[in-house]
Design a protein around this ligand. Structure first.
Ligand SMILES: C[S@@+](CC[C@H](N)C(=O)[O-])C[C@H]1O[C@@H](n2cnc3c(N)ncnc32)[C@H](O)[C@@H]1O
Length: 178
């Protein structure tokens, strides 16, 4: 464990979802830094990670964290405006490489997660359906908010999926061989 930092936010952006934006047990990383004022319409938004780091290639030892939260960009680079507010706030996925980027990111999040650790994956299906992204991943979530359709035809939906890194030896109940 890294100095009592047992939680990782693997792409923290503006930390908007955090109730405590400086949680003492958390390391916040992002691939970029942005100063306050980088979005005129949202003057307080900043991207100020503890460490500038790429979630596809993290500089942490294996099994460093008990909880990893992974709130990746969900808009494709060819479908969000070059100077749009969403791109500035949330970044975007490279339209050419997003599948391999997400695969690499997930496998890194999994590598740095301790046994029995929890990975929370957040996704929005505005450009890419959640099922399509889950199919890319080598692990299955335990639970999440499953889409039940929307009354609004074009409304997008945000999903939260919860994974646990259960060691293979404990995947089934031992002694239950009758
Ligand atoms: C949806 S936003 C995160 C929003 C954040 N959870 C919040 O509450 O404000 C996604 C973030 O992922 C970052 N990002 C994109 N690619 C990354 C990568 N390869 N490694 C680390 N961060 C990345 C973007 O810079 C962006 O800030």
């Amino acid at each position: 464990m890294l100095d009592n930092k047992f939680i990782l936010d693997a792409c923290c952006g503006g930390r908007m979802m955090w109730f405590n934006k400086k949680h003492p047990n958390t390391i916040y990383i992002d691939i970029r830094k942005e100063k306050k004022g980088h979005i005129a319409a949202v003057p307080n938004h900043e991207v100020n990670p503890d460490i500038v780091m790429d979630f596809r290639n993290m500089d942490f030892p294996d099994k460093s964290f008990k909880l990893v939260v992974w709130d990746v960009p969900h808009l494709l680079s060819n479908r969000c405006g070059q100077n749009g507010i969403f791109r500035k706030k949330f970044g975007c996925l490279n339209a050419e490489t997003w599948q391999s980027d997400l695969k690499k990111g997930f496998s890194e999040c999994w590598r740095v997660l301790d046994d029995y650790g929890v990975l929370v994956f957040k996704w929005n299906d505005k450009n890419i359906p959640a099922n399509k992204v889950l199919q890319l991943l080598p692990e299955r979530p335990l639970f999440g908010n499953i889409s039940s359709g929307s009354s609004h035809k074009n409304a997008s939906k945000t999903y939260w999926f919860c994974f646990m890194k259960i060691p293979i030896a404990n995947m089934e109940v031992k002694g239950n061989s009758s």
